[in-house]
Design a protein around this ligand. Structure first.
Ligand code: HEC
Length: 142
């Protein structure tokens, strides 16, 4: 599982860096950008669960820097992927964490409206979640 995930990440990163090199621009940290745009409001810029919206929620946002520590030093990638994607969450559940699989799909569709469906919607959602996981891996307290 870990190898497959790594291979997938490498493929995504290669695709991104080729584009960046072509444009002769410094490499963008996509995972960090995704995190800051979508997650920091609740989980905090540092990932410790202290974002500006945290006080307004019934459940405290998880401290994302402790996930590996709580799992014997290994980031539980598959489980986190499912939590972030939110596929198995009942639509009227008590979860306060947004269902990112759906959010990203809606956002992507808006962004690619001109492309009229000629993009791989599922792959794009997967890439965004993998980028986030790669960033979350980098902010783990070890
Ligand atoms: C509106 C606030 C909010 C936003 C925005 C948000 N989260 Fe959360 N998140 C939560 C809360 C609250 C929890 C605690 C679980 C729950 O909802 O019951 C949580 C839990 C999690 C968990 C679960 C950890 C575990 O061990 O189960 C992960 C992973 C996570 N969030 C990642 C993200 C990522 C990645 C983003 C951005 C794409 C994000 N969150 C954006 C509120 C938020």
């Amino acid at each position: 599982m870990k190898n497959r995930m790594n291979a997938c990440l490498i493929a995504v990163c290669m695709a991104m860096s080729t584009g960046a090199a072509f444009a002769q621009q410094p490499k963008a940290d996509i995972g960090k950008q995704e995190y800051e745009a979508n997650c920091a409001s609740c989980h905090g810029l540092s990932g410790k669960g202290d974002g500006p919206m945290a006080g307004q929620l019934r459940t405290s946002p998880t401290d994302l820097t402790q996930l590996a520590k709580k799992n014997r030093g290994v980031l539980p990638v598959s489980r986190l992927y499912e939590v972030i994607e939110g596929k198995n969450v009942p639509s009227h559940g008590s979860r306060e964490m947004p269902v990112w699989g759906r959010e990203f799909q809606i956002e992507n569709a808006e962004f690619y409206k001109e492309a009229r469906g000629s993009y791989d919607a599922a792959a794009l959602v997967r890439a965004r979640i993998l980028m986030l996981l790669e960033y979350i891996d980098r902010i783990q307290a070890r």
